[in-house]
Design a protein. Sequence first.
Length: 179
Amino acid sequence: MSYTTVTNVAGMFPTFKTGGTNQAPSNTLIQQYIDDVAGDIDAVLQRRFAQAISQSFGGSFAAFQAAFSTDALNVLEKINRYGACAQLGLTLATMGVAAAERLGKEFEAEFEERLGDLGAYDDKGDAMMSGLYDYLFDPESATESPRPAFEGVAGGDQQRGETAREEGLDDYFWKSEKF
């Protein structure tokens, strides 16, 4: 299953027109670029969310895909489009469209970054604990929050105006603590 269309990919190149008898590259080749990138995206999704697919969808990747929200599909469409645009840009450059090469490289950089975000890799290619888009694909994924979580002292057990720091209670663990 691809997440974008030939029209969306071609539209990223303002001077490239589809539908002509002498169109090069053909829509069939552009669709091949789209399908190639969609395969890469699917591989990342299957690796990253294997546990969710196994537990919530009985191991069926097709059922997992069918449950994608509009936001999830929009993210995948963008990643798919930018990856296919990178390939199209390099193809157009070989046909003498000089500006397409620079544009294709910009699309490739954006594609690599978004695919890394989807797979939860940092800038160095190392795996991270959570990814930017995890919440869109796994309903049980932990999401970061700016609100305080379970840490320190609740405060209800202190006098008005007293703080945990003043009482030495702001450390999670201390030297004499026994488990």
